[in-house]
Design a protein around this ligand. Structure first.
Ligand SMILES: Nc1nc2c(ncn2[C@@H]2O[C@H](COP(=O)(O)OP(=O)(O)O)[C@@H](O)[C@H]2O)c(=O)[nH]1
Ligand SMILES: [Mg+2]
Ligand SMILES: [Zn+2]
Length: 306
């Protein structure tokens, strides 16, 4: 029998069967990891095969089908182990805010590079637009323009007032989407706005810093009544760009990708080489300085292979 993982708590998996029913499953023995050093062999969004455990209402997962794509992060800074956040996505939604807590363009870019590497389309949401005034409003406009000029979809929304949420609904329709971003940016609030029945826990920022709590502990998938599915995730502090070669990194910056054939050297890394088309575009202002800074920072990351 086949099903989809909609929640994983580590030892148990909530599975939706092909008729829409729910059952709990566990893993028997060691599932083959297919060459991945991941801490979780089964992730939300995975399509799995299972058998019923005799005499119970529970299933045993016997196989994980090949993933179309996935988003991973490093389990922690010290190990090379990775954790699969979610699999088989049609859309990765980067939820960012410019206030409480503000999201850096560097963080946004590392997420986008991770998504580009697996050909997952990205939507950038600037949430809490109700709090943007004057300077911030202008800054939001600049961030929006910077990403839109690269070709990314960007929406300024508010889970509080509902501003532009109709546009978000249209973007999500019929897709399996991931909500990613730091703790406190409003991922669960957005989900609650879209599907009030879901009743996700949310927390004021002050609660995080004082207690260090994460209201959302596990990634979990929900159905959207308009068609489609959405995955809420715990706050993600950072994305390590995992398993990427230096020569590949510019391929995951769409505004660089289209220039790399114009560089004088075909092994150009776009750092200090003469005749580099990317450096020329940075000088001329057609590549945003902040995007180029993100590129250099990823290139200097110790995890990038030489
Ligand atoms: N002013 C304002 N506050 C928001 C908005 N969205 C979420 N919040 C607040 O931000 C805090 C964190 O929200 P939460 O949904 O728990 O964030 P998550 O950690 O990303 O799931 C809560 O206090 C929410 O009420 C918004 O659009 N505007
Ligand atoms: Mg949350
Ligand atoms: Zn170059």
């Amino acid at each position: 029998m086949r099903g989809t993982i909609i929640k994983s708590t580590g030892s148990w998996y909530m599975v939706q069967d092909e008729n829409g029913g729910l059952l709990q499953c566990r893993i028997k023995g060691k599932l083959k990891l297919k060459g991945m050093e991941s801490t979780n062999p089964v992730a939300v969004g995975d399509t799995i095969q299972y058998e019923m455990e005799p005499g119970t209402e529970n299933g045993v997962i016997s196989n994980v089908e090949d993933r179309k794509n996935y988003i991973i992060r490093k389990s922690n800074n010290l190990s090379r182990q990775t954790q699969i956040i979610a699999a088989n996505l049609d859309l990765a939604v980067m939820v960012a805010t410019l206030v409480t807590p503000s999201t850096s363009m560097g963080f946004i870019d590392r997420f986008m590079v991770t998504a580009e590497a697996y050909h997952i389309p990205v939507l950038l949401l600037l949430n809490k637009s109700d709090l943007y005034q004057e300077d911030l409003k202008q800054y939001a406009g600049e961030v929006k323009a910077a990403y839109a000029s690269i070709g990314y979809r960007v929406l300024e929304v508010s889970a509080k007032t509902g501003a532009n949420m109709d546009l978000l609904v249209a973007e999500l329709k019929g897709k399996t989407s991931l909500l990613a971003g730091h703790s406190g940016v409003g991922k669960s609030s957005i989900l609650n706005y879209l599907e009030p029945g879901v009743n996700r826990k949310t927390a004021a920022i002050s609660d995080y810093s004082s207690k260090g709590v994460h209201t959302t502990t596990f990634a979990e998938m929900f159905e959207l009544k308009g068609g489609g599915r959405i995955i809420d995730t715990p706050g993600i502090k950072d994305f390590g760009v995992v398993d990427m070669k230096k020569e590949e990194v510019s391929h995951y910056f769409p505004e660089m990708r289209k220039l790399i054939n114009d560089c004088r050297f075909n092994n150009c890394l776009h750092v200090n080489e003469p005749g580099c088309a990317v450096l020329k575009a940075v000088e001329e202002g057609s590549i945003h300085p902040s995007r180029y800074r993100s590129y250099v920072s990823i290139m200097n990351n110790e995890d990038i292979r030489h």
